[in-house]
Design a protein around this ligand. Structure first.
Ligand code: HEC
Length: 157
């Protein structure tokens, strides 16, 4: 009985940590963290997004983002979420065009796969296509707000 309780506790801990790798690492008391200083290999950074940012791609990215990412990155991708606050995460605002200016699509993809700091890697959880769709969606957020800013103000009637 004690053993069962211990196993249960351990399991709850792993779930609480919200780790994607939980299936592989159930037995580890201290689950491995995603690297805080993730080094992006140059060939990965140069990788181009093979999926065109069509409406369908962005819509799929938005849907997946809502399921898998919004709990930390915010429903609007602006980095505002309850879990983010609870976990004291420092999140970027993807609706700010400056936020990911320095990041190539390949870099974003690599971070998505491997995880970074408190963000669990998504490797194997979704197809590559779904990940590229999410990157298209994130890019579209910045583009939309940039367009809104540069649009001429509505004419006074
Ligand atoms: C547990 C909370 C959490 C979840 C879930 C999560 N992320 Fe993150 N994500 C983070 C944190 C924290 C960072 C910043 C990591 C760092 O720089 O140390 C980050 C970083 C990123 C980055 C790199 C650019 C940046 O903002 O620094 C991308 C792209 C990203 N996340 C996309 C996603 C996508 C897409 C999903 C859904 C599949 C997702 N994340 C799920 C917490 C999360």
């Amino acid at each position: 009985m004690r053993r069962l309780a211990a196993i249960l506790c351990l399991f709850l801990l792993v779930v609480a940590a919200g780790l994607a790798q939980q299936t592989q690492e159930k037995k580890e008391p201290v689950p491995a963290q995603a690297p805080a200083n993730l080094v992006i290999p140059p060939e990965e950074a140069k990788r181009e997004n093979p999926v065109k940012p069509t409406e369908a791609s962005i819509a799929d990215g938005k849907k997946m983002f809502g399921y898998q990412c919004a709990m930390c990155h915010g429903e609007k991708g602006d980095g505002k979420s309850e879990l983010g606050e609870t976990m004291k995460l420092t999140m970027k605002d993807y609706t700010d065009p400056a936020a990911l200016k320095e990041f190539t699509d390949g870099t974003l993809f690599y971070i998505l796969e491997k995880g970074k700091g408190k963000m669990p890697g998504q490797e194997g959880r979704m197809s590559a296509n779904q990940k590229w769709n999410m990157i298209n969606y994130i890019r579209a957020l910045a583009k939309k707000s940039a367009e809104a800013k540069t649009a001429p103000p509505p004419k006074p009637e």
